[in-house]
Design a protein around this ligand. Sequence first.
Ligand code: PLP
Length: 388
Amino acid sequence: MKYNLISDNWGSEEIKAIKKVINSGVYTYRGKYVKQFEKKFAKFFNSKYAAMVNSGSSANLIAVASLFFKKDRPLKSGDEVIVPALAWSTTYNPLQQYGLKLRIVDINLETLNVDVNDVINAVTKKTKAIVAVSILGNPVELKKLKKFCLKKKIYLIEDNCESMGAMINEKYTGTYGIVNTFSTFFSHHISTIEGGVILTNNSEIYELILSLRSHGWTRDNSTEFKLKKFQTTYEDYSFVLPGYNVRPNNIYAAVGIEQLKKLNKFLKIRRENHNYFFKLFSKDKRFIIQKSIGNPSFFAFTFILSEKFKSKKLKILNKLKKANIEYRLITGGSFLKHKVKKYFKYSVYKNTNKADYLHNYGFFVGNHPRDLKKEILYLKNVLDKIKI
Ligand SMILES: Cc1ncc(COP(=O)(O)O)c(C=O)c1O
């Protein structure tokens, strides 16, 4: 491959960290690195609580679950939740698994995010939660959305699995929701092989997540919470919630600590790569490229063929393939284009024309935390040689 979608960003520090875990003989989430990573992660993002899990998908699952067991205003089966037409499968799946009805809002083809005014207009009497997804490092207008949610007593959940390190209004994405999720899967802004994190400032949600993460038991909860919520005292193996086992392990966390130290450096390089990409492609009439708002963390570089060139999709993709340039569908494409939709209860606000267009005529190439100018220029030359 001349231009890969993803690449390894580990150095000798991560290998040393793994060796430390192996030498300690403590591999599970009860080892000291999980707590250390969580503390550092929460501090980095100026949040009160962080809980590490085994993937971003698991983070979404127990984030949604926690709102079902919260004391006041719990979510209930049959409630409506607003979601963007473009996200990842496991943005939606926990909502289906908990009996929620999706209300789908189309995206803006320039930002690839929902327009907050559309979300506001899509709200009905049954809307109890909104899932905000900042696509590929580009922030949703979260300040405005949060203000609206607070006023209407709607839960704001942020699936921030693609946008670690992005900021809007001087605040990190993934800190605006009552509960917020991150992925640390390989190729994401930091990589712990598999992994995910949940951030919240709400102590009840945090305690619920600790239990839901680990069999639904009370073993990881504070004594105060055990007593107050479950009238159980010091019994570690008291099962109080229909939980899961979505725990991380000590190796993921030890690597996470090293990766977190490098996050600012990674973000700087991702942004420099984007500046170069933008310089080369921002005036290119063949494509709509992602227009950034706030201070994005640029996961990838997206291309959507403009109306006039859309018939050339196959020709362009074939040329990329021949030139050894990897590409893929943008995030998960349009939710309604996937067969899994038959298992969901949903309604659509207006239509999903733009997400569908992106699904049919969009693709992305990788951004990495290393200098990519050579690759981006190569891509530009390959694209410019195509006669269209
Ligand atoms: C928006 C979004 N949510 C959730 C996930 C799932 O994260 P993971 O792959 O760590 O399960 C992804 C994956 O990249 C994603 O893009």
